[in-house]
Design a protein around this ligand. Structure first.
Ligand code: MTE
Ligand code: MO
Length: 414
């Protein structure tokens, strides 16, 4: 067997191991506009910022100098005001460790499990650059690409975010009775790329109303906005936010899919009726079909679990002892149980779950697998969260969002 690559960059003058980094999609100037995390290469719990996935729906905006940044708080409040970064940082702060996951992460597994489509890979993400190029050139993917390409994996990471609870700002503004949501707007603008939506549905045979050039915005229901873990963050993983992750300040909405985590914040509007922003009406919705009159917005994630070792690509493996390893998380609370099955789901045995037990963070787990019979094996893992929810929670939906089913890893033992 060839030796695995361990030597990477020199750090502070000393050789170091290979470091995980995103698989980037770049614009015409070579700037990274999208990225996938090397999920199977991550060690520990916190994804280094260099390896953190990146998703932008609109144009990546020009950076705003932190001294020039202002956040407007307006709408159904007693006192509208503007906040600069210095004043925001004077509020009682809070750090939250949480998984960020794109609503479309692992969506291709729906088709694999439902109709035997090609199994997506977590180590082969080569189409990333191609898609970024198509978007930069304004090229539309072919119908064939839209229907056959498996949607994305590796749009998930976990970080430590530092900021001030949104509720601290809302309390200073004074929420008027009757408020139902807080509309959060980013300073990025653009024309929504309809190819993204067609790809996630797998067909182009329906109309998407053209909203023109818009800001990225989401209308966060009040209850979640008041949760002290919903924060306005200026730091990630021990340093100020990187521009691609929404500098100077972004919203962190633990447990809810990435599209709620509005980057490059510029405006918060308290509202007494629910507006329907484009990314809550045409995209990031459940529903049976594009024609479904009832398309509720996605909110909390289901119960998630991925096997990171061994992966299909490691097969075949010799007889003997192997460690099965993975990470599990949930949109509603800490993971409390992970079980393994090696007989296609007939029997289940508890895996070891590692500390710490945190509400919004993934938990690593492992299981020692002694195997002395050659053959084909399907390794299955099933997670439960502290609210009693067991995988899977999320039914198939036409945009293939919030995938949380059990995906067997296929291993041949020789
Ligand atoms: N302003 C703004 N915020 C945004 C987006 C965007 O396009 N514009 N994309 C959202 C989506 S779909 C995801 S999955 C997350 C990704 O966050 P990250 O790039 O920091 O990982 O940001 C969300 N916040
Ligand atoms: Mo996303």
């Amino acid at each position: 067997m060839p030796k695995r690559e361990i030597e990477g960059d020199w750090v502070l003058g000393w050789p170091d191991r290979k470091r995980p980094a995103i698989i980037p999609g770049k614009d015409a100037e070579g700037r990274v506009i999208n990225g996938r995390a090397p999920v199977t290469e991550l060690a520990g719990l916190i994804t280094p910022t260099e390896a953190y996935y990146i998703v932008n729906q609109l144009e990546a905006p020009e950076p705003v100098h932190p001294d020039d940044w202002r956040l407007a708080i307006k709408g159904e409040v007693e006192r509208s005001f503007e906040l600069d970064l210095e004043s925001l940082m004077k509020l009682p702060g809070r750090s939250v460790r949480a998984v960020t996951e794109c609503a479309g992460n692992d969506a291709g597994f729906f088709d694999y499990l439902r109709k035997g489509a090609r199994k997506p890979s977590r180590v082969n993400q080569q189409d990333m650059q191609k898609r970024a190029q198509q978007r930069v050139k304004g090229e539309l993917p072919s119908d064939e690409e839209i229907s056959s390409e498996s949607t994305t994996t590796c749009a998930v990471s976990a970080g430590e975010f530092t900021g001030a609870p949104l509720v601290e700002v809302l309390e200073r503004a004074g929420i008027k009775p009757g408020a139902v949501c807080v509309r959060a707007q980013g300073f990025d603008t653009g024309h929504p790329d309809t190819a993204v939506i067609y790809r996630s549905v797998g067909t182009r045979d329906f109309e998407i109303p053209d909203p023109g050039v818009i800001h990225y915005e989401k209308a966060l229901p009040l209850e979640k906005a008041l949760d002290p873990d919903t924060i306005l963050a200026w730091a990630q993983n021990g340093e100020y936010l990187w521009h691609v992750h929404g500098s100077p300040v972004r919203l962190i909405v633990p447990g809810w899919s990435g599209n709620w985590w509005v980057k490059w914040l510029e405006e918060l509007e308290v509202m007494s009726s629910m507006p329907k922003p484009f990314y809550q009406r045409e995209y990031f919705v459940y529903g049976e079909s594009a024609q479904d009159p009832d398309k509720p917005p996605l909110m909390a994630m289901g119960v998630r679990n991925i096997i990171t070792e061994p992966i299909d690509e490691d097969s075949p493996l010799p007889r003997g002892s192997h460690v099965i390893r993975g990470r599990a998380w949930s949109g509603k609370g800490a993971i409390t149980r992970v079980e393994i099955s090696l007989d296609e789901g007939k029997t289940w045995t508890d895996a070891h779950i590692e500390e710490p037990r945190e509400r919004w963070l993934w938990r690593r787990w492992s299981y020692l697998w002694e195997v002395d019979k050659p053959g084909q094996y399907k390794i299955m893992a099933r997670a439960t969260d502290e609210t009693g929810r067991v995988q899977p929670q999320t039914p198939w939906n036409f945009q293939r969002k919030h995938f949380d089913w059990i995906v067997p890893t296929d291993i041949t033992i020789i």
